[in-house]
Write a protein that binds this ligand. Sequence first.
Ligand SMILES: Cc1cc2nc3c(=O)[nH]c(=O)nc-3n(C[C@H](O)[C@H](O)[C@H](O)COP(=O)(O)O)c2cc1C
Length: 234
Amino acid sequence: MSKKMLVAYFSASGVTAKAAWKLSEAAGAELYEIKPEISYSKEDLDWMDKKSRSSLEMNDPASRPVIAGKMEDMDQYEVVFVGFPIWWYVAPKIINTFLESYDFSGKTIVPFATSGGSGMGSTNEKLAPSCPGAILLEGKMLNGVVTQAELKAWAENTADTSGVDANTSVSVQAPGNVARMAAWIQQETGGDLFSIRVEEPYSADYDECLDRAADEKAENARSVLVEKVLDMAG
Ligand SMILES: Cc1cc2nc3c(=O)[nH]c(=O)nc-3n(C[C@H](O)[C@H](O)[C@H](O)COP(=O)(O)O)c2cc1C
């Protein structure tokens, strides 16, 4: 059964809007524009100016630009594509506002973006804490010419996360590649899936995670697991 999909996007100057429209057509998904309550002027978008609105927002971890309006029926969507321009190598802060405005736990979030040339960078590390419990997939850059057929194939593939458990698998942490790979192997082999979870969960913050990993390595630590595979012998 095909999953109900939404393409939600923010676009300051129209480039991402075009990509979002193409994607929604290719995927047969509904389209929703994330509109800022106060739209961005040319001066607001001046990245050369350290005091411009976009510079100030991107430098302030707590910044959450206000969105005009809210979707009433977000619950019906299982897969939400979220599009945006890359700003300073990550998603604009209004995308954090969007993710924090709804309960996306158990749903699949698929970022896509346009840029002047950069890739997704550390986008997912910044987005993961704003959508706890969601399956946050690795995003795709939609710069340049992307065919409808390519978009359709991508949308269909990403929508299929059957076997990935958002509550217990490591897929809740960006980018979730290991969980996707494990779910795929399980599907292909028919084996059982066991998620190795530590009693003290790892932070979704990339730097905190790195620090802890360095400490654990230095101490030759053996983290306590939440549960064991009970019938390993079988
Ligand atoms: C404040 C700001 C920061 C940007 N930072 C980057 C960047 O880090 N890397 C990049 O390749 N492009 C960057 N760009 C360019 C935009 O990502 C690019 O023009 C995008 O396609 C615009 O999409 P839009 O028309 O949907 O807003 C930046 C643009 C702005 C306004």
